[in-house]
Design a protein around this ligand. Structure first.
Ligand SMILES: Cc1cc2nc3c(=O)[nH]c(=O)nc-3n(C[C@H](O)[C@H](O)[C@H](O)COP(=O)(O)OP(=O)(O)OC[C@H]3O[C@@H](n4cnc5c(N)ncnc54)[C@H](O)[C@@H]3O)c2cc1C
Length: 368
């Protein structure tokens, strides 16, 4: 029922704008409005804070169905979860009430600020600092590649509170867009997910009350990594949706396009490509849904499974979207058809929330 509801909404309200959102590299406001009106913008927020209380699998299905028509728009529910999960996992009850309530209502989105210009795969090498000053913390630094920066009201920011301790000297904070000293860089000019703003976040003597710290001092990096265990599964869902959208389009196209006097769908070479695409998507789906169930239960092998789902599904998305372009021939290579956008959008799923090389490091360290 959930899938049918999200699919109908996505096809009616999000799909019609997907090409323009990409072409104009503009935020998909129509998608945010439609998702918020239907309580699908941040489905993971627990009911006690006014949220829909969706479990990890239901959240995955929402993201998958939105990504099937518009990958940029799927980053609304996905990054709302990424940004706010540190608060849900480690924040005080007051912090949860204060920030989950407006998120659930649709009064403000959440972003996640871990990466920096010189700290990507090696996120613990961050330089952003937070220094205690009485009942306040003062933050200074630059966060890079922040999804939905400038649009979001709330930001989970990881910062160094004790430089002598590396990852154990990092703490997490909630920073608000309206806090004095917060500003944003120009939107990055990207290959894909062009509708999702990616900007730098500048923190210039941002003074915030001490109760904005998420969890205890020094636990921020652990919270950030624990968050990724759960949210890599949402990136797997995004990849899965992009791949399914490309397969669905190609499936229709090959029945219409005629060469050598018959639909190209009649050629076994084409049929074998479609079979492989569908097989890979189904394998990615099973891995992703199983990982979502593990996320919900908090299973001990979640770190491996989350990394495996993200890595596998994103590689599948890249292969399937490339094959979809191939199946449309020259037409696939133009912006008159959606598959080249899907191919460009798929690429990011192999890079963010840890590149697929990093996922393999994570898997190797956590072999089942
Ligand atoms: C569009 C977009 C949105 C993003 N959104 C967010 C966000 O909302 N919040 C956030 O905090 N970050 C975000 N990121 C950042 C993203 O997570 C990083 O770009 C990613 O983790 C890689 O870091 P890097 O770009 O610095 O690459 P680098 O770490 O410099 O990596 C370069 C290459 O080296 C490889 N490499 C690095 N170390 C190793 C190793 N030990 N072994 C093998 N290979 C290695 C990498 O796999 C990669 O191929 C986003 C990025 C993009 C592009």
């Amino acid at each position: 029922m959930l899938r049918d509801a999200v699919r109908s909404l996505a096809e009616a309200k999000i799909a019609p704008h997907a090409a323009a959102v990409d072409e104009e590299a503009r935020f998909p406001q129509e998608a945010l409005d439609a998702l918020t009106a239907n309580d699908l913008h941040a489905v993971h927020v627990p009911e006690e804070y006014g949220g829909a209380g969706a479990d990890a699998l239901a959240t995955v299905i929402v993201i998958e169905e939105v990504a099937r028509v518009c990958a940029s728009s799927s980053l609304i529910p996905a990054v709302n979860k990424l940004g706010s999960l540190p608060v849900i996992l480690s924040g005080s009850e007051e912090l949860k009430k204060k920030y989950m309530t407006p998120l659930a209502k649709g009064d403000g989105m959440f972003s996640y600020c871990l990466s920096e210009p010189d700290a990507g795969s090696d996120a613990a090498g961050m330089k952003t600092k937070a220094v205690r000053d009485g009942d306040f913390w003062v933050l200074n630094g630059v966060k890079r590649w922040i999804t939905n920066a400038g649009v979001s009201e709330f930001y989970t920011v990881m910062a160094v509170t004790d430089p002598s301790k590396r990852s154990k000297g990092i703490s997490a904070f909630v920073v608000e867009k309206s806090d004095e000293g917060v500003s944003f860089g120009a939107p990055e000019k990207k290959l894909g997910i062009k509708g999702s703003p990616t900007r730098e976040v500048y923190l210039d003597n941002v003074r915030i009350p001490a109760d904005r710290m998420i969890g205890a001092e020094g636990t921020g990096f652990a919270t950030a990594m624990k968050t990724l265990d759960h949210t890599r599964i949402t990136i797997a869902a995004q990849a899965l949706g992009i791949a399914q959208g490309a397969l669905d389009y190609a499936k229709g196209y090959v029945k219409e396009r005629k060469q050598f006097g018959k639909p190209i769908a009649d050629f076994q070479g084409v049929q074998f490509m479609l079979a492989d695409m569908a097989m890979k998507i189904e394998a990615a789906r099973q891995l992703t849904y199983a990982a979502a169930a593990k996320s919900e239960r908090g299973d001990s092998d979640l770190t491996f499974q989350g990394a495996a789902a993200k890595c596998f599904a994103s590689d599948v998305a890249m292969e399937v979207t490339t094959d979809a372009v191939q199946l449309l021939g020259g037409y696939g290579y133009t912006r008159d058809y959606p598959v080249e956008r899907m191919m460009r959008d798929a690429k990011i799923t192999q890079i963010y929330e840890g590149t697929n090389q990093v996922q393999r490091i994570v898997m190797a360290r956590n072999l089942p």
